[in-house]
Every structure is written in structure tokens, then in C-alpha cells.
Design a protein around this ligand. Structure first.
Ligand SMILES: *Cc1c(COP(=O)(O)O)cnc(C)c1O
Length: 415
């Protein structure tokens, strides 16, 4: 960063400090990861300079011959990796991508369905403060109070009662596998579009560590910066089932991204996405995705041994939701203590949380970033020990901080 240091030492310094923080602490927020330097080279390239409104072969600006090739490569890689018939790679991030999904198949005022935010859903799936509830009639389903699994019977009942135009399925704090087949049947029974928002699990799906929704849904939306390990960005994909239901669907998706919602795409991000999609096609990525899940399971088992209550009793994917109510500590306090010790997790509501959303009873953690640094089951056991030590004895924070700093030296950030 020699040039940046020279021109703007204040910003360069902050980046240096953040690099040091990442190197010396354990990143366990399940929606985060460490992108590869190759991805960041593409992201930081001169491709950020161009306007490229439109799509390959039909642009509104000149000078775009290389951008057409680039965007075509990116689209083809997405199609091949996820086995879909159409991919739009232009959405700026996950939330705008979901806005485009709504715009593709709904009119304002239509009924939509999604998993409620406090049950592990995402804001854009119809939560009351979000555009998705302001512009559409949002019906929210939840998880079963006993099992913490998506209440598929409730989804079916609500779908039959409300006849939604679109059903969203996806989550930010759901540790189990989705029953795509059942969801597909429910959507078909009311002639609704079904969109799988795989933002959290895209890397697991790509690497074969979570079943793919593709055979059962019409649309797939995803961010590219979570388990997929790319730059901040998003994809909207149309499946074969989607085209069967509506041959115009690919066109509708493209039109709602541009000119419906966005202007010029971030071609530097699209280059970064293309690189991460190539990385995700390599055999090493299958191993990575499976190791993410193995690590989460190992971490979950060890936490249970220390008496932690896990929502749904464990995990099938990359994340763990801990109900702290038996530990005499709230989510925010646990988050702060762990941060001071060098473990970055986040406070999170648990299903049917009696506490308010800003002071929830739970914490959420995951293994994607740790696994990108090469950690395995043995390391997860050690980390569970540290989490237990800090939460049961806040005085140990300083000691644990030093141990983690030393430990992190053995696991450099991805090269
Ligand atoms: C992260 C996430 C999003 C939103 O992505 P942003 O890039 O933060 O806008 C949407 N849906 C789900 C399920 C997510 O996990």
C-alpha cells in the first residue's frame, strides 16, 4: 500500500490496524470470511473506472469490449457452478438482489412470504421495518418452538390461506438443512414463485456440503462474500424449473436489476466474483466446504460438553446459535467479553427470545473464516475451551487474549 500510505496515511493506518486485528483474532461471525488476495486484486483493479450500464452485447456506453467478455465469463461460471440456466451478476449486494427478485415477479401490494427475522430470517424477507414489508403484504412464518426447525406445516397453512405471489426461503441464523423438496411442493401447490436465498450457505451448496435448492426452486439469490469467499456482491439465478414456470423469468430478472433498480454495475466486483467462482470450482473448495461443516459440528459438540444450550441441539451447516439463558449472561455481554479476548462472534436473538432484539439472549458463531485459515477439528476444541473459559470466568479475558494471539500466528490469513 505504498501509494496509499503516501497520499492518505490516515486511511492507510486504519487498514493496517484492521489487518493486524484480523491476523491476531478469531473471526467467527458466520456471515464473514477471508477473501483470497486474487479476489482482492481483481476488486482493487482499474475495472472500477468504467461505466457499463446494460448487459454484454447491449450496453449504453462505449469502450466496453473487455467488460462484455468479463461479465460473460462470470455469468457462465455461476451457471456452471450452481447448475442454473441464467445468472445475473450485477446486484451490488444481497439486499438489492432481493429487491430485484421482488420486482421481477411481484407488483407493489402483492402478498409475499418469508421467515421472520427473530426466527433467523433476513430483513429483506418481509420484516416490518424493511422495504419488503412496506411495499408488499408480508406474511411471516417461523420455526417450531420445540425443535427450532422451520415449521413446514405452518408454511403450508399460511401459503394456502394467503396465496402469496412469492415465497422466500433463506436465513441468517438457521443451523439446520432446508427441506427444499417440501418447500418446492408447497410453492407449487399455490402456484407461487419460490426463491432460495442461499447467501449464508452458497459456498456449502457449491462445495456439496449442503443440498442444492436448484431442482426445487424457481429463483436463487445469494451474496458472494459469505461462505462463497468472494468480494461483496450478489447473484440472482434462474433455474430450469423457473424457466418452465415462466419463460420470461431471466429477462424479468435482468430488467429489474437494470434499469429497474440499479445504474452502472460494479465491474471490478464482477471481476472479483468471477475469480471466486473459479476458486469455488476447484477440488480444494469441496474440501473447504466440507471442513467448514465438520468444524462447526466439532465446535458444537465441544460447546455442549461445557453445558452450552444450542438452538436445535447442534448444527448441520456452518453456524451455531447459542441460547445463553442457563449461563447467567446476556448476548451483548458475551459478545463484548469474547471480543476483548480476541474472538469475534455476534449477539443474536434466539427463536421465541423473551429479551428485546438489541439485548438478545443468544450469540451466533460460525466456522467459514477459521476454516479459510486452515483450522480443523482440533483447533475447534481449543476454541470452544476458550469460549467457555471467558464466559464462565470473565477474569480470564487477558490471559486468553494472549493465548489466542500466539495461536493465530500458526494460522496465517489465506494467501
Ligand atoms: C447477508 C444476507 C443478505 C443481505 O446481504 P447484504 O449484502 O448484507 O445486503 C440477504 N439474505 C440473507 C439470507 C443474508 O444472509
Amino acid at each position: 500500500m505504498a501509494k496509499l500510505k503516501n497520499k492518505d496515511s490516515q486511511i492507510a493506518k486504519l487498514i493496517d490496524l484492521e489487518l493486524e486485528r484480523q491476523k491476531t483474532s478469531l473471526e467467527m461471525i458466520p456471515s464473514e470470511n477471508h477473501s483470497s488476495p486474487a479476489v482482492r486484486e481483481a476488486l482493487g483493479s482499474i475495472l472500477t473506472d468504467k461505466y457499463a450500464e446494460g448487459y454484454p452485447g447491449k450496453r449504453y456506453y462505449a469502450g466496453l469490449k473487455y467488460y462484455d467478455i468479463l461479465e460473460d465469463i462470470c455469468r457462465e461460471r455461476a451457471k456452471k457452478l450452481f447448475k442454473v440456466v441464467h445468472a445475473n451478476v450485477q446486484p451490488y449486494s444481497g439486499s438489492p438482489a432481493n429487491a430485484a427478485v421482488y420486482m421481477s415477479v411481484c407488483e407493489p401490494g402483492d402478498t409475499i412470504m418469508g421467515l421472520a427475522l427473530p426466527m433467523g430470517g433476513h430483513l429483506t424477507h418481509g420484516w416490518k421495518v424493511n422495504f419488503s414489508a412496506k411495499f408488499f403484504k408480508a406474511v411471516q412464518y417461523g420455526v417450531d418452538e420445540k425443535t427450532s426447525l422451520i415449521n413446514y406445516d405452518e408454511v403450508e397453512k399460511l401459503a394456502k390461506e394467503n396465496n402469496p405471489k412469492l415465497i422466500f426461503v433463506g436465513a441468517t441464523a438457521y443451523p439446520r438443512i432446508f427441506d427444499w423438496k417440501r418447500l418446492g411442493e408447497i410453492a407449487d401447490s399455490v402456484n407461487a414463485y419460490l426463491c432460495a436465498d442461499v447467501a449464508h450457505i452458497a459456498g456449502l451448496v457449491a462445495g456439496g456440503a449442503h443440498p442444492s435448492p436448484v431442482p426445487h426452486v424457481h429463483l436463487v439469490s445469494t451474496t458472494t462474500h459469505k461462505t462463497l469467499r468472494g468480494p461483496r456482491g450478489a447473484l440472482i439465478m434462474v433455474t430450469e424449473k423457473g424457466v418452465k414456470k415462466d419463460p420470461e423469468l431471466p429477462k424479468k430478472v435482468d430488467k429489474s436489476v437494470f434499469p429497474g433498480l440499479q445504474g452502472g454495475p460494479h465491474e471490478n466486483a464482477i471481476a472479483g466474483i468471477a475469480v471466486c467462482l473459479k476458486e469455488a470450482t476447484a477440488p480444494a473448495f469441496k474440501k473447504y466446504a466440507n471442513q467448514v461443516v465438520k468444524n462447526a459440528k466439532a465446535l458444537a459438540e465441544e460447546l455442549k460438553r461445557y453445558g452450552f444450550n444450542l438452538v436445535s441441539g447442534g448444527t448441520d451447516n456452518h453456524l451455531i446459535l447459542v441460547d445463553l439463558r442457563n449461563k447467567n449472561i446476556g448476548g451483548p455481554e458475551a459478545q463484548d467479553l469474547l471480543e476483548n479476548a480476541g474472538i469475534t462472534i455476534n449477539k443474536n436473538s434466539i427463536p421465541y427470545d423473551p429479551a428485546p432484539p438489541f439485548k438478545p439472549s443468544g450469540i451466533r458463531m460460525g466456522t467459514p473464516a477459521l476454516t479459510s485459515r486452515g483450522m480443523k477439528e482440533t483447533e475447534m476444541k481449543k476454541i470452544a475451551g476458550w469460549i467457555n473459559e471467558v464466559i464462565s470466568n470473565p477474569k480470564s479475558v487477558k490471559k486468553v487474549r494472549e493465548e489466542i494471539k500466539k495461536f493465530c500466528k500458526k494460522f496465517p490469513l489465506p494467501k
